[in-house]
Design a protein around this ligand. Structure first.
Ligand code: IPD
Ligand code: CA
Ligand code: CA
Length: 264
């Protein structure tokens, strides 16, 4: 498979979905919104953007399967699998918080080999191919080199429907609050991972995520020289609903903290 060629063909498809989201942002107050489950909103924009992506991407690889958040297409697992979050940060989008993105990954068997994330507010395109580095608007990006925890800047996502591990989460939160430069909760896992890949954040962690939230962004962090694991320090971050991504040193520190408080 010529992944460079697939990436070049996927870019305009992702940009088309992002343009649609940008146009709809101007009339967001007129949209029909549903609550899929507790605190998880979806709008017609999520579904329409997904249809644009699925229509375009299904032309690129014969018989590729789809794992998509809105399930507008039959979900089939094949050797090649498109993993799509058409709008990551729906609550931000609906409330006008300027942080939401389109996230598309391609997996071969269970390995992410290609990722694209389009930041719909800043108009930045993040891309990575396994083994070929990570890029922001075609310029190479790297995780930062900070090794001092007290000077680290950490991103997270607060639990919002699965509160079973909230006490463990709050212990980790408390330690980070007292011992780092600060913490941010942006509301888009895909962008959090992009911002680790560029070095804006030293690390990011969250639980209760799905493959489509993290697949593209995890590859970006790895290709930018970072480390990505689940809460046990293993590589189950795509399917195990837990992720720690960061530069090598700060990833290790967050992993230590999480192991101390979570049952992993
Ligand atoms: C959500 C965002 C958010 C994270 C949630 C995700 P959605 O995705 O990535 O930052 O905290 O866990 O579900 O629902 O906006 O696509
Ligand atoms: Ca998401
Ligand atoms: Ca979404």
């Amino acid at each position: 498979m010529d992944l460079d060629s697939i990436l070049q063909q996927a870019k305009p498809i992702v940009q088309q979905a992002a343009r649609y989201i940008q146009q709809m942002a101007l009339k967001k107050d007129t949209l029909a919104v549903e609550e899929k489950f507790k605190n998880n909103l979806v709008s017609e924009v999520d579904r329409e953007a997904e249809i644009i992506l699925v229509d375009g991407l299904s032309e690129l690889i014969d018989n590729a399967g789809f794992l998509t958040e809105e399930q507008t297409v039959e979900q089939t697992k094949q050797e090649w699998l498109w993993v799509i979050d058409p709008l990551d940060g729906t609550t931000n989008f609906l409330r006008g918080v300027p942080a939401y993105a389109v996230s598309v990954a391609l997996m071969q068997h269970d390995t992410v080999v290609l990722g694209l994330i389009f930041d719909c507010v800043q108009n930045h395109l993040y891309t990575a191919i396994k083994g070929e580095g990570a890029f922001k608007n075609n310029i190479p990006i790297r995780v930062n080199e900070n090794t001092v925890f007290e000077q680290s800047f950490i991103a997270t996502g607060f639990p919002y429907y699965d509160f079973s591990k909230a006490q463990a989460y709050l212990k980790v939160f408390e330690y980070i609050m007292y011992n780092t430069l600060g913490m941010r909760r942006l509301g888009s896992a895909a962008l959090d991972l992009c911002h680790v890949a560029t070095g804006m954040y030293d690390a990011y962690f969250e639980y209760s995520l799905h493959p489509y939230d993290v697949a593209a962004g995890a590859l970006l962090v790895q290709e930018a020289g970072g480390n990505v694991t689940d809460f046990a320090g293993q590589d189950g971050y795509i399917y195990n609903q837990q992720i720690i991504a960061g530069n090598q040193a700060i990833h290790t520190k967050i992993l230590e903290l999480i192991r101390m408080h979570f049952e992993v």
